[in-house]
Design a protein around this ligand. Structure first.
Ligand code: NDP
Ligand code: GDR
Length: 328
């Protein structure tokens, strides 16, 4: 009998790569998809990976407990990956309550659904390095205190602690992955790496002349989403549930990441980059640098793709995408 996984956020970047990974392991993969007038395109990432027909979709929403209970009862999953969230930090200031409802309370809804359905599924919570915010230690590990700096990060901190609390209160097999930034050609266009690689492709192909960014001095520990979904799965294969940092241990500024992208396309960054003060955030996370020692020592996880390889892959993919748009 193949194992069954249920993924919230299956239409997002990580949901797509995790589906691909689990299908490769012989899982039956189910996902929840929220109703939208764009439903026909909701699975575009799964289609890009050529796996849309292999993922079973269920109509549910993280803010609707009843819908979650019904899906858990119907699917009877062995593992549940809670990836659904309002995940864009900048939007969390303009939609603070939606962010709280989905990114924070949505986690409790999912945990309650598991209990109400009488399920013994193992649970993964998508926690975030944003919880470190105003960093309290130059290198962040599972032991570093949190100091969230956005409504998104505050919501994620709630999600993190409610997962720990349900594990300790009810003995649930619930683990939380504190994942640092991870990207790919399937990254949403609003996030800085993809905004840069798409912008570079547009400039290269004559559709634009400039790329407008905010704080290019911010530093992030960037990895590849394909590497990071493997860590999610590994966490749920452990006998004892726990929390793990997943990171590369290398930090790079937005400016340096941007230079890589322009260089890949044979362009000079200084000819095109414009700093736009309107794109600065009300409060910033200046630098993140993770220590993945615990994940390496416990289940042998290590990143395989470097930042340079990833940015080159993203630029190449965006050059193809933009030239297709131009009819090339
Ligand atoms: P995306 O923004 O690409 O995907 C978010 C997913 O959540 C989408 O499938 C979206 O559905 C879904 N979603 C949003 N609202 C609801 C709702 N009300 N009910 C059900 N589903 C909903 O995020 P990523 O794939 O990049 O990230 C996955 C998770 O990991 C998120 O929780 C994110 O916060 C977290 N995370 C991400 C990191 C990263 O660097 N990528 C790092 C650390 C944590 P729809 O398609 O309908 O919008
Ligand atoms: P982040 O990712 O906020 O770290 O959250 P994002 O790519 O949006 O920003 C990274 C850094 O780049 C700076 N920046 C810009 N960012 C965007 N989006 N657009 C710009 O024009 C721009 N200019 C500079 C930002 O200020 C920031 O410092 C991501 C999300 O995936 C979260 O869901 C996840 O939890 C964390 O990563 C870990």
């Amino acid at each position: 009998m193949s194992k069954r996984a249920l993924i919230t956020g299956v239409t997002g970047q990580d949901g797509a790569y995790l589906s691909e990974f689990l299908l490769g392991k012989g899982y039956e993969v189910h996902g929840i998809v929220r109703r939208s007038s764009h439903l026909g395109v909701a699975d575009h990432r799964l289609r890009w990976l050529g796996i849309a027909h292999r993922v079973v979709m269920h109509d549910a929403n993280l803010s609707d407990l009843g819908s979650l209970v019904r899906v858990v009862q119907q699917v009877q999953p062995d593992e549940i990956y809670n990836l659904g969230a309002q995940s864009f930090v900048a939007t969390s200031w303009s939609q603070a309550l939606v962010t709280g409802n989905i990114t924070a309370l949505g986690v409790t809804n999912m945990l309650e659904a598991i209990r109400l359905a009488g399920s013994s599924a193992r649970f993964y919570q998508a926690s975030s390095s944003e919880m470190y915010g105003l960093v309290q230690h130059p290198v962040q590990s599972e032991k570093t205190p949190f100091y969230p700096r956005s409504p998104y990060a505050v919501a994620k901190l709630y999600g993190h602690w409610i997962t720990v609390n349900y594990r300790e209160s009810f003995g649930m097999h619930a683990s939380s992955g504190i994942l640092f930034n991870h990207e790919s050609p399937l990254r949403g266009i609003e996030f800085v790496t993809r905004k840069v690689t798409d912008g570079v492709a547009r400039i290269k192909l004559g559709l634009a002349t400039e790329l407008r960014l905010g704080n290019v001095d911010a530093k992030r520990d960037w990895g590849h989403a394909r590497d990071y979904v493997r860590a999610m799965w590994l966490m749920l294969q452990q006998d004892v549930p726990d929390d793990y940092v997943v990171a590369t241990g290398v930090t790079t500024s937005v400016r340096e990441m941007c230079e890589l992208a322009f260089a890949r396309a044979g362009l000079n960054m200084s000819d095109h980059l414009v700093i736009d003060p309107d794109l600065f955030r009300p409060s910033e996370v200046d630098i993140l640098l993770g220590d993945p020692t615990k994940a390496r020592q416990t289940f042998g996880w290590e990143p395989k793709v470097s930042l340079e390889e990833m940015i080159f892959e993203m630029v190449d993919a965006d050059l193809v995408r933009v030239s297709r748009f131009l009819g090339g």
